[in-house]
Design a protein around this ligand. Sequence first.
Ligand code: PLP
Length: 442
Amino acid sequence: TAPTQAAPPITTVSQELFARARQVTPGGVNSPVRAFKSVGGTPRFIASADGAYLTDADGNTLLDYIGSWGPMILGHNHAGVREAILEAAVHGTSFGAPGWREVALAELVTRLTGTQKVRFVSSGTEATMSALRLARGFTGRKYILKFRGNYHGHADGLLVEAGSGLMTNADDLGQAAPSSAGVPPEYAGLTLVTEYNDPAALDALMAARGHEIAAVIFEPVVGNAGVLLPTPEFVAALHRSREGGTLLIADEVMTGFRLALGGATELLHLTPDLICWGKIIGGGLPVGAYGGRAEVMEYVSPQGPVYQAGTLSGNPLAMAAGLATLTALESDPGLYGRLESYTERLAQGLAQAAADAGVTVCINRVGSMLTVFFQAGPVASYTDAARSDTAAFAAWFQGMLARGVYWAPSQFESIFVGAAHNDAELNATLSAARASFQELKE
Ligand code: PLP
């Protein structure tokens, strides 16, 4: 059957808001990928969210696959989380002194993740930045090693070959240039870079410079170049990288509590020295954390010499949202299986719809994270991902949006399935996808 042409949605209010926003905010948004720059068109301004759906400022309903870029695993406006935030707010919104919720959330996080001590901060960026300072303080070394296309937030030393940023090439010793203006080359020079999923390159770099490297930081499953899965050989090389005293830092800001209660660390049988969290740990409020074994964490102030602080760290509303979210996840043992089953059926349905339309795609999926790469694949690294047909992706994205499905507005991102995605949402998504793939061929 011929695909039905989607009626163009009315977006007058979003357009007005975007015009006003651009007068007072760079690019009209408070985080770059929201601006739709790589797919074109006007971003939708969101008025409210419930379950698997967003309602934009013009009253259009959108089936949401972004989930606020990961945190909303239980669905938007989850009753338990909302009630916990409201209940906490009645007792005051910030104390600047410790409170019981920080203790309870730290107990829960350490138990679920097999760590001994955690420190709460207010974003994923703060978590990775602080974990790296800690690794440098603990080891007395100054270099760090990251992987091309992994994103760890926007601290200076981490904006080096980051995510979908400007691509440059590291030399044989891992030395690379910054991927943002404003990062002095001297800072970037302390960050070594090599290819994800290349165990030989990692071994070689560690052999040459391991004694100078405080930490290897990595996304255990990458979401920020689109979804990339680590090979078992790469995971083994990550473990080997610790042999000379370098700390292994798993950045689980995206994967923590998403791929399993114990994150990708549990799924891949990883034993990092430090883990960073964000997103789900705050249930939709601004929270990040880093943690690990006591011997390392005790280097953090006021116990140890590595300074790290925050006016709003451990904020009672944010702790309440995190506690309610993690408690709900733990009390529903079937949830991760349901997310997996939905996302696998989504992957299969998308692959079939693309094949029927004669569109070449490579779908990478793990748990409830998925990317449709517009290329034949396989896609195992950023360099592979960068070969995708971004123009075809943008056209398909627009087809989906016109049909009310809000996919991540970039080829190099994961989508996130949540507990509120059910059969009706799957069917609606697949029929929108089928029509959008067909459109690419017309
Ligand atoms: N690390 C990873 C793996 C991320 O995906 C992100 C954000 O997307 C960050 C760190 C930074 O977190 P935040 O945006 O909360 O600063």
